[in-house]
Design a binder for this molecule. Structure first.
Ligand code: F6P
Length: 321
């Protein structure tokens, strides 16, 4: 049984990180453990920016986007010397276990730390990208996809009014999950993701045909940032089709906002599970959901294996467009 643990949020923030932090803190206290909050991720850990938390430290945050603990990316933590310094700051407070809430980079950092030092770690997948192996849910992905759908709905109104091609570029540097899920749910004609090749000439020909036959009044294209720049692709499409095209980049708007019920509930559930497990001696595990059921993924697998887009969704995107 671990007596003292710590929690941090790291990497890109995601809606629901606060709900997860709240669940971790309150579960730790209920289980009789002391809990420290680490400010600004690994950067704060290196700067010794830790404080002891209590039940009230996490009041009034379940509904808030961002992360009250703060987050950062730290180059120094990527070095063994940096991780030794981080471990020393944990050791001097008798912290025996760490809950890391973050994306693949943050979990990779956690794995390196536990490999090199006697500290237990568990992970909670906090990223809007939903790109972590072994699970089909990450905290914040539901809120972000709903924000994108809302943007798609708005673009539809104006695109149909002007009979234009509307392009929406969404986040996803290496993974097209957000574009795919929001694109299907928003009824996009084309969804471009970094994982799948696409033929821009073919797309332009098809769109020209659609307009000629008057089958379409407007066309909606969702592009993951990793598949190319929406603005640049928009220029090419307009040039080749001669059809008025407008591109929008949703940007960091999709990373903020009050978390949805799904993100709040899952963050609470997973935060509780991860903390109970850590305190009882579990380490090297990331807690999430697969097909709606709880799943614990080996930390090494989570950070080394590549998650693929569900082929069923890829087929559906094409079949229903
Ligand atoms: O949170 C993940 C992510 O949204 C990626 O899809 C995106 O490329 C990246 O973060 C951008 O983050 P930042 O602007 O904080 O570097």
């Amino acid at each position: 049984m671990l007596k003292t643990i710590a929690v941090m949020t790291s990497g890109g923030d995601s809606p629901g990180m606060n709900a997860a932090t709240r669940a971790v803190v309150r579960t730790a206290i209920r289980e009789g453990a002391r809990i420290f909050g680490i400010c600004n991720g690994y950067k704060g850990l290196l700067a010794d920016d830790l404080f002891e938390m209590n039940t009230r430290s996490v009041s009034d945050i379940i509904q808030r986007g961002g992360t009250v603990l703060g987050t950062a990316r730290s180059k120094e933590f990527e070095t063994p010397e940096g991780r030794t310094m981080a471990y020393e700051n944990l050791k001097k407070r008798d912290i025996q276990g760490l809950v890391v809430i973050g994306g693949d980079g943050s979990l990779r950092g956690a794995q390196a730390l536990t490999e090199e030092h006697p500290i237990a770690v568990v992970g909670l997948p906090g990223t809007i990208d939903n790109d972590i192996y072994g699970m089909d849910y990450t905290i914040g992905s539901d809120t972000a996809s709903n924000t994108i759908i809302d943007a798609i709905n708005k673009l539809r109104d104006t695109a149909s009014a002007h009979q234009r091609i509307a392009i929406l570029e969404v986040m996803g540097r290496r993974c097209g999950w957000l574009a795919l899920i929001a694109g299907i749910s928003g009824g996009a004609e084309y969804i471009l993701v970094p994982e799948e090749k696409f033929d821009l000439d073919k797309i332009c020909d098809e769109i020209s045909e659609m307009y000629k036959e008057s089958r379409k009044r407007y066309v909606l294209i969702v592009i993951a940032e990793g598949a190319g720049s929406g603005i640049e692709i928009g220029k090419i499409i307009e040039e080749r089709t001669g059809i008025d095209t407008r591109a929008s980049v949703l940007g960091h708007i999709q990373r903020g906002g009050s978390p949805t019920m799904v993100d709040r509930l899952n963050a609470s559930l997973l935060g509780q599970q991860a903390t109970r497990a850590l305190i009882s001696g579990v380490s090297n595990v990331v807690f999430s959901l697969k097909r709606g059921a709880p799943v614990s993924v080996n930390l090494h697998d989570a950070v080394t294996k590549k998650k693929r887009l569900d082929p069923e969704y890829l087929r559906m995107a094409e079949a229903l467009a």
